[in-house]
Write a protein that binds this ligand. Structure first.
Ligand SMILES: Cc1cc2nc3c(=O)[nH]c(=O)nc-3n(C[C@H](O)[C@H](O)[C@H](O)COP(=O)(O)OP(=O)(O)OC[C@H]3O[C@@H](n4cnc5c(N)ncnc54)[C@H](O)[C@@H]3O)c2cc1C
Length: 469
């Protein structure tokens, strides 16, 4: 049994805390935000003070991969999630009727998820974690720095020092402090590093709002959840208890579109999109929330093949975070949590082996998702930039981008390709793996050649500027 301290009580911190406790470890989760977990999900959405998670009230979806981990590994939490009103969403329901005629296939259930607003996901996990025998969750606890042992090899993290001055010792410290993790600063203060970091503004800005129906139903999607509409995208996410989120994703460099922070202009833009306007037919709950400055950031505490330090694992957003329009963060974080359990169970006795195994598992299972998400975002941003300037977007040169573009057209003409696309959207199989299979890339290219790319009806750039003037 090991003594493990998890820094941060967000989704990954709480899930890993519960799973590692169930594996027999002595775990403490330290969360900076002091507010206790609210009793009800509505209270969580309306009033829970979670300053540590800026995106707390913005659109969130739990994708099928995340749902599967929750269902298999924390079945009691999953049951509580369903009781809290999580909504069933079958991504195959987005398949065009001509393809759906082929009927269901074995394995199609992998595309089903249950999803809810972020405060609901966290309220359910937070309540479960508070009742987990043996797990200590300390809220209102600010971690100031790591404590270290420095010898001949890499420095070894021995625990943490709190703002109160108290020191806590551990065999392993897990950094689950999210996008705002201060780990690089702590390391620099201790003259360690720098760790490998790739970081840039993703270039996207979000304007979103939740709605609720009077009868507990959610609107029917007429297209993908994330629809490109020329120089912006619309993200529509069904959610728990008859709620749903409508979000406009724009380029943060597009100054005129920033006027969408005004609710009446935001509404006018959605109303101008015939396949999306019906998502406004509900009672708005909460304000129109916006978030910019969203980083794509990847950290790796291994430099030239050697761990920079031992005794610490970077988890979830503290390891890597991206522009979130594909809604992958929580599902990837839960996948990462799964890896953590496995590496802890086999390597915790040897800190260097642990650091190497954690790095290898992260690189093999998580990094491909990070890279694909960033690549896809970059393509979309280039497309938006060209359209803003009245240009035809340049055809992609990278093969992965060519194939991704082809799939976006081909998926509407082939049920296998539609499933391949969903497997990527659901965080089940990265596209790189799918295209490596015999014949898949060729089939996508052939169908893309033979068919037009579908455009979703909405305002032209000129109309958009007029709406926002
Ligand atoms: C606009 C937006 C929309 C998103 N939509 C989706 C979506 O639809 N689906 C999806 O899966 N993901 C989505 N994400 C991503 C998702 O929110 C994150 O991936 C997820 O929250 C990561 O969980 P985490 O536990 O790693 O970090 P977080 O949830 O950020 O939790 C980190 C915790 O650490 C605490 N903390 C920080 N510093 C300290 C400290 N010094 N001491 C103690 N505690 C500390 C914070 O208070 C916080 O509670 C979205 C993100 C954004 C920005």
């Amino acid at each position: 049994m090991a003594r493990i301290i998890v820094l941060g009580g967000g989704v990954c911190g709480l899930a890993s805390g519960m799973l590692l406790t169930r594996d027999g470890h002595e775990v403490t989760v330290l969360e900076r935000d002091a507010a206790p977990v609210p009793e009800s999900v509505e209270e969580a959405f309306e009033t829970w003070a979670r300053d540590g998670v800026v995106q707390f009230r913005l659109a969130h979806i739990l994708l099928p991969a995340g749902r599967a981990i929750l269902e298999e590994r924390l079945p009691d939490v999953f049951e509580a999630f369903l009781s809290a009103g999580a909504a069933r969403l079958d991504l195959l329901g987005l398949m065009p009727p001509n393809l759906a005629e082929g009927g269901a296939r074995p394995g199609d259930e992998r595309f089903v998820t249950y999803t809810a607003r972020r405060p609901v996901i966290e309220q359910v996990l937070g309540k479960a974690a508070a009742c987990e025998p043996g797990l200590e969750v300390r809220r209102g606890t600010v971690v100031r720095e790591l404590t270290m042992r420095v010898g001949n090899g890499a420095p070894h993290v021995t625990g943490v020092r709190l703002d109160s001055g108290e020191t806590l010792n551990a065999d392993l410290v897990v950094d689950a402090m999210g996008r705002g993790s201060q780990l690089p600063r702590w390391l620099s203060d201790a003259n360690i590093g720098p760790l490998h970091e790739e970081s840039e503004d993703s270039g996207f800005i979000y304007y979103g709002r939740y709605f609720r129906s009077a009868d507990g139903t959610t609107p029917q999607p007429f297209g993908p959840l994330l629809a490109p509409m020329g120089t912006f995208s619309i993200l529509t996410l069904p959610s728990d208890n008859g709620t749903w989120a409508v979000t406009i994703v724009a380029s943060s460099g597009d100054q005129v579109l920033k006027r969408m922070r005004h609710p009446e202009l935001w509404t006018a833009v959605i109303e101008a999109c015939p396949l999306h306007a019906h998502w406004l037919e509900g009672e708005p709950i909460g304000d129109l929330e916006s978030m910019g400055g969203v980083l794509d950031r990847y950290r790796r505490p291994v430099v030239e093949g050697r761990p920079l330090l031992t005794g610490i694992a970077l988890l979830g957003d503290a390891w890597a975070c991206t522009n979130p329009s594909l809604g992958r963060g929580i599902s990837l974080g839960l996948l990462h949590t799964q890896c953590l359990r496995e590496v802890v169970s086999s390597h915790l006795d040897d800190p260097v082996q642990f650091a190497e195994a954690w790095d290898a598992a992260t690189e093999a299972q998580l990094t491909p998702w990070y890279r694909e998400t960033v690549e896809e975002d970059r393509d979309r941003l280039h497309e938006i930039d060209a359209l803003r300037n009245g240009l035809e977007p340049a055809p992609p040169s990278e093969r992965s981008a060519v194939l991704r573009g082809a799939l976006n057209t081909a998926l509407l003409h082939d049920p296998d390709l539609f499933r391949a696309y969903l497997a990527s959207r659901a965080v089940l199989t990265p596209l790189g793996e799918t295209f490596a299979q015999d014949g898949v890339a060729e089939r996508a290219l052939e169908l893309a050649d033979a068919n037009e790319r579908v455009a979703f009806p909405g305002p032209s750039r000129e109309d958009l500027l007029a709406l926002l003037s």
